[in-house]
Design a protein around this ligand. Structure first.
Ligand code: CMC
Length: 428
């Protein structure tokens, strides 16, 4: 195989080196394109064909439905690891030893108090505020309470920032929900596991002890692992590009939360449940909604279907579908929404429109059903996604800074007006 690609523009040939990844993915390195061609650029809306970086964190093969963190399959990790181990793996590159994991957890716990003045900020939000907006603002506010900038050349400094956000973020997640429910803003307990503590902080009532349910703890642990990273998706690219200006970790992650919120990205889990509810209220006629999804005049899309990268199946959706059945059975919950979801999936998988476009259920299609069975309110679903994605964002931000990547600054092709003389206001 040749190790260059040739581009011919106006009869002039230019050679560009190929970059081959460890899984034999091939990229064309066009770093010198503008220089050698006198300013020619590429155009690729939505970056469908553009690799923004080289990365050693997550590998996915959309055709084969493969997803691996640092080489480990998502199936193995969801089955055998816990969320904190996966967070360590993503951020530092290797599975931790027992001692490393214990130290990591105790360093996180040592950082799990949020400045009490943050409560005043929360007080100022209306109760109706969406918790994603609240979470993004509070994460940004952490910058104000932790102003020192990170020396990325110091391992120790980087580590301190990482454990700080992993400690404080679950508190903000829980407070975003408790604010909405009018519950006091409390703390969990450092004697608990990371995920158990999240649940206690979210659900504990002021007048009764919170009793952990191992089925819920395990299900949440698994969901967080499945969401922990997904290479250069919209929110992760946002975190990397904001961080590329040397903005701090908290500010970069706050931007990632905003990107995740949209219904085409993480917001889809909330949108799926609202869609399934609407179908149920409307008499359960799935065919009607399939028709709407296919109608190009109708803006309706089948939420939880389709993926930019997966064109065969989403391996996370496979695991979550099985987990949804198990969790509902274990908790003794019967949810008619699950039947509607299964019906929709069945119809879509044999429908020409969906088959031709390779549209399959994605990670968000079944996750909301599990969250709902756990008692998590619909508006919190995307917040739970953010909690799971946090280690991915951290690891990608860290990798980008350690590799000393340049500031992200795409080009454009200008299609506006050519030069015009200024017209006085009286003559317009
Ligand atoms: N329902 C109906 N039609 C769809 C859907 C859908 N959910 N998704 C894609 N299509 C059609 C789309 O109209 C287009 O048709 P045509 O070729 O006739 O113009 C074709 O399929 C290709 O779609 P696209 O929008 O060009 O594909 P994309 O890679 O830009 O978008 C997507 C991927 C995930 C944004 C899109 O499939 C979508 O909007 N899905 C629904 C929202 C959703 O579930 N998002 C969660 C994604 S997974 C988790 C995450 O990333 O956070």
């Amino acid at each position: 195989m040749s190790n260059t690609a040739t581009l011919e523009i106006n009869g002039e040939k230019h050679e560009f080196p190929l970059v081959v990844g460890t899984e034999n993915e091939i990229g064309i390195n066009i770093k010198t394109l503008r220089g050698v061609t006198g300013g020619v650029t590429t155009i690729d809306p939505g970056y469908k064909n553009t690799g923004a970086c080289e990365s050693g964190i997550t590998f996915l093969d959309g055709e084969k439905g493969i997803l691996r963190y640092r080489g480990y399959s998502i199936e193995d990790l969801a089955d055998k690891a816990d969320f904190l181990e996966v967070a360590y793996l993503l951020i530092f590159g290797e599975l931790p030893s027992k001692d490393q994991l214990d130290k990591f957890h105790s360093d996180i716990k040592a950082q799990s108090v949020v400045d009490d003045d943050v409560k005043k900020i929360i007080d100022a939000f209306p109760k109706a505020a969406h918790p994603m907006g609240v979470l993004s603002s509070l994460t940004s506010a952490l910058t104000a309470f932790n102003p020192s900038s990170v020396n990325v050349d110091s391992e120790e400094d980087m580590y301190k920032t990482v454990v700080k956000i992993l400690g404080k973020f679950p508190v903000l997640v829980a407070w975003a929900m408790r604010k909405k429910q009018g519950l006091p803003l409390n703390y969990g307990s450092n004697s608990l596991g990371y995920v158990e503590n999240v649940l206690k902080m979210m659900f504990e009532k002021p007048n009764e002890e919170y009793v952990q349910n191992p089925i819920i703890v395990n299900a949440l642990d698994k969901l967080l692992i499945l969401h922990a990273d997904h290479e250069q998706n919209c929110s992760t690219s946002t975190v990397r590009i904001v961080g590329s200006s040397h903005a701090g970790l908290f500010a970069s992650i706050s931007s990632g939360i905003s990107a995740l919120w949209g219904p085409l990205h993480g917001g889809a889990n909330q949108a799926v449940l609202e869609m399934l509810e609407a179908i149920k209220e409307d008499g359960g006629d799935t065919k009607k909604y399939m028709g709407k999804a296919k109608d190009k005049e109708d803006p309706f899309r089948l939420m939880g279907f389709g993926h930019r990268v997966y064109k065969n199946f989403d391996p996370r959706a496979k695991i979550i579908k099985v987990a949804a059945d198990e969790v509902l059975a274990d908790l003794g919950v019967e949810d008619p929404i699950l039947d509607i979801a299964k019906g929709l999936e069945k119809e879509a998988l044999k429908d020409d429109y969906f088959v031709k476009r390779k549209l399959y259920p994605n990670v968000d299609f079944y996750s909301g059903i599990i969250y709902r069975a756990m008692g998590i309110p619909t508006e919190m679903f995307t917040v739970m996604f953010a909690l799971g994605r946090l280690p991915g964002w951290i690891s990608q931000w860290r990798e980008m800074r350690l590799r000393k990547e340049p500031i992200g600054r795409p080009r454009q092709i200008y299609t506006g007006e050519n030069y015009r003389a200024f017209k006085d206001i009286a003559k317009r």
